[in-house]
Design a protein around this ligand. Structure first.
Ligand code: IPD
Ligand code: CA
Ligand code: CA
Length: 276
C-alpha cells in the first residue's frame, strides 16, 4: 500500500510543478487531470496485485466484485489547494475487510490498514489495525492536551453547498475557546495531524468515506478517538467526523451540543462596530 501511495504521490508532484487546467464537477467542486491520473494508477496497481479486491475511488466510483476486501481511495485529497498551487494535499488509501458473516448480519467492515502520503513533505502516515500508527516508520501518538483552552484544532468546509453548512458557527465559537482553528484543506492530512499530535482535534460535516477511511484508522491507532457529533460510533457513511486526542473529546462534544442547541453563542459583531 505504501509503495502504491508513494508512486501516486510522485505522479501528483509532477502534475503540480507543471501547472494544470481546472475543471468543475459542480459549482465550486474542482477536478484536475491529476485526480484522474492518480486514481487510474492506483487502480491499475491494486488490480495487478489483488485482482479480486473491490475498490471505491472518488473519481471512478465503486468496482464491486463481491470481495471480502474493499479499498477506499482518494487519489488527491486537497484538490482545491492543488489547483491553486498551494502545497497541501495527499493520497489517501484504506483497506477494509468484511467477512461473509458480517455482510449477512449487516455489520460494517473493519478497517485493517490505512496509508496517507503527503508528497510535498515526503511524509508517509501508516496504520495497521492493532499495530499502532507510524510516520515514515516511526511510531506516532496523539497529543496530551487536556483542556480546550490549550488546543489547536482543524476543520474543513465542503466545496459544494457551503451556504447550507452550519460550520461557520462552529468555527467561530470554537476559535474563541481554543488557541485557534486551522482550515488546511485536506481532511485526510488533518486527521493524520491529529494522530501525530500537531492538532489536538479535527471536525468536519459531510465528508465522504474516501476522505476519512485511512485517517480515522491512523488516529485510532495513534491512541485518539473518533465519533459522530453526538458521541455515537463513527461509521464511514456517518457524514459527521469528530476526531481528537481522546482527552478533550467530551469537552468538544459539549461545545457541539451547546452550539446545536443555540445556547451561549457569542454574537458576531456588526460591520459598523468594526468601523467604530
Ligand atoms: C476535500 C478536502 C477538504 C474538505 C472537503 C473535501 P477533495 O477533498 O478533504 O479538506 O474540506 O470537504 O471534499 O475534494 O480535495 O478530495
Ligand atoms: Ca477528499
Ligand atoms: Ca479527491
Amino acid at each position: 500500500m505504501s509503495a502504491i501511495a508513494r508512486e501516486a504521490g510522485a505522479l501528483l508532484l509532477q502534475y503540480f510543478h507543471q501547472g494544470l487546467k481546472i475543471e468543475y464537477k459542480g459549482d465550486a467542486d474542482l477536478v484536475t487531470a491529476a485526480d484522474r491520473a492518480s486514481e487510474a494508477l492506483i487502480r491499475e496497481r491494486i488490480s495487478k496485485q489483488f485482482p479480486s479486491h473491490d475498490v471505491l475511488g472518488e473519481e471512478q466510483g465503486l468496482n464491486d466484485q463481491g470481495s471480502d476486501y474493499r479499498w477506499y481511495v482518494d487519489p488527491l485529497d486537497g484538490t482545491t489547494n492543488f489547483a491553486h498551487g498551494y502545497p497541501v494535499f495527499c493520497v489517501s488509501m484504506a483497506l477494509e475487510r468484511r467477512a461473509p458473516q458480517d455482510r449477512l448480519s449487516g455489520q460494517q467492515g473493519r478497517r485493517i490498514a490505512g496509508v496517507v502520503y503527503d508528497p510535498t513533505r515526503d511524509e508517509l502516515f501508516t496504520a495497521e489495525q492493532g499495530r499502532g500508527a507510524h510516520l515514515n516508520g516511526e511510531p506516532i501518538h496523539v497529543s496530551k492536551a487536556g483542556q480546550l483552552k490549550e488546543c489547536l484544532l482543524a476543520t474543513g468546509f465542503p466545496s459544494h453547498k457551503r451556504h447550507k453548512n452550519p460550520n461557520i458557527h462552529f468555527y467561530h465559537q470554537i476559535t474563541l475557546h481554543t488557541h485557534g482553528v486551522r482550515r488546511p484543506g485536506s481532511a485526510a492530512l488533518d486527521l493524520c495531524n491529529v494522530a501525530s499530535g500537531r492538532f489536538d482535534g479535527f471536525w468536519e460535516f459531510n465528508l465522504n468515506p474516501w476522505d476519512t477511511a485511512a485517517g480515522v484508522l491512523i488516529v485510532e491507532e495513534a491512541g485518539g478517538k473518533v465519533s459522530r457529533f453526538d458521541g455515537s460510533r463513527f461509521e464511514l457513511d456517518s457524514r459527521e467526523t469528530l476526531a481528537s486526542n481522546g482527552l478533550v473529546h467530551d469537552a468538544l462534544l459539549r461545545e457541539f451540543q451547546e452550539i446545536f442547541a443555540g445556547r451561549g453563542l457569542d454574537p458576531l459583531p456588526e460591520p459598523s462596530e468594526y468601523k467604530r
